[in-house]
Design a protein around this ligand. Sequence first.
Ligand SMILES: *Cc1c(COP(=O)(O)O)cnc(C)c1O
Length: 385
Amino acid sequence: MPNNNNNNNNKSTKCVHSGNLVDDKYYGNISPIYPSITYDFIKSDVYPRYFNTPNQIGVCKKISDLENAELSLLFGSGLGAIATTMLSLLKQGDHVILQDSLYGGTINLVNTEFKKFGIEHSYVDVNDRKKLDSSLKKNSKVIYVESPSNPLLNIVDLSSISDFAKSNGLVSVIDNTFASPINQNPIDLGIDLVIHSATKYLGGHSDILAGSVSGSKEKIEVIKSSGLNFGSNISEYTAWMLERSIKTLKIRVNAQNDNALNLAKFLSEHNFVSKVFYPGLENHKNHDIAKIQMHGFGGMLSFELNSSIDPIKFVSDLKIIKPTMSLAGVESTITSPALSSHKKMNPDIRRGLGISDNLLRFSVGIEDFEDLMLDLDNSLTKNGK
Ligand SMILES: *Cc1c(COP(=O)(O)O)cnc(C)c1O
C-alpha cells in the first residue's frame, strides 16, 4: 500500500464532524441552512459574495481540516476557483509556468483569457528538471500543476515542485481534484495552494457544481480580496449539499480506490486491452512517486482497447458503466477523450500526448467489483472477436 508522511486515519471523523454548524435554537442534529443574502447591517457584515456566510465558513473548515490548510474558500465551480486564484495572484506582465497536461477547461482559460490580460505562460513537462529550469523567467510568479492528471494519470513529483517554487520565489498551485483530499495532501509536501473541483469527488453524486481553494491565511486573504470582485461564489444551498456529501468522502474514495486497483489489474491481464494507465500499477511510469506522495491511488484509470475494437460499440454494450463526460460520482462512468474532451485538438498532437483513438477514461464508482468486472468483460468479449 502507498505509504504516507502523516496520519490519514482520522479523516472520516473530520469528514463527518469538522465545521458542522450547531443548531442551538432547535437542537437539530445537522447543520441548519442560512440562505439569507441580507443581514442586519448594524450587527453583521455578512454577505454571501464576501465568502463569510455560516454555511460557507462551516464547509471551508471541513475542507481545510482535510487538506491541513489554515483557510479555504468556496466557489460556484472548480473553474471559478481556478480562475479566481490565478487572476488574484497574477497581473499584467507576469509569467506562469504550467504543467503540459492539464484539465481542458484550465487550458482554455489560460489560452484565451490570460492573453487578454497580458499574462504570459509556458507549458512544460514539470517532471523534467532541465526543462523546468529553462522555463523560468524573470517575471515568473506562479507554477501550476495537476496530479494525477487527465486523462493519462501522470503524476507530478510535488516535493520537487515545491522546492523549485520556494527557491525561485514562485507561488505553487495544484489542482488536486483527481486525488481528492483523502488520497493526497499537497500542503504537507510544501505546495502553497490546493484547488478542488468540488463537482467531482467532494460532491461525489454528480449533482452539484462547486470549487474550493485552500492554503495559508496569508495567501487565502489575497484570493478573497480579489475574489469578491470576481463574484464566482457558491450558493448556500449548494454549500449545504457539499457538507452532506463530504461526510461520506473517505468511505466513498476508499471504495473507489479498491475497485480501481482491482479493475486496473483485471484489465491489464485482459486479451482485448492493450494498455492500462493507473498510478497504483507497478508498471505505471510514475508509480514510485505516487507510492511516496499519495495515501491511495485514486478512482480514475485509463485503458486502451485493442485496435480491432470500436470504442463506441464497446461503450454502448456496457450495462452498468455509463458513457458520460464527468467523473468521480458514486456511479461508474466512462468516456473517450479523443471523442469528447480532446476532440477539438489536432489528432497528431493528441496522439503525440499519448491519447490514442482507442483510449478510454474510466471513473470507477462504488458498485460491487464483480459486477463492474463482468460488465467490462462481457462487452470486451462481445466486441473483441
Ligand atoms: C472538472 C474539473 C475542473 C473544473 O471543474 P468545474 O467544477 O467543472 O468547473 C477542474 N479540474 C479538474 C481536474 C476537473 O476534473
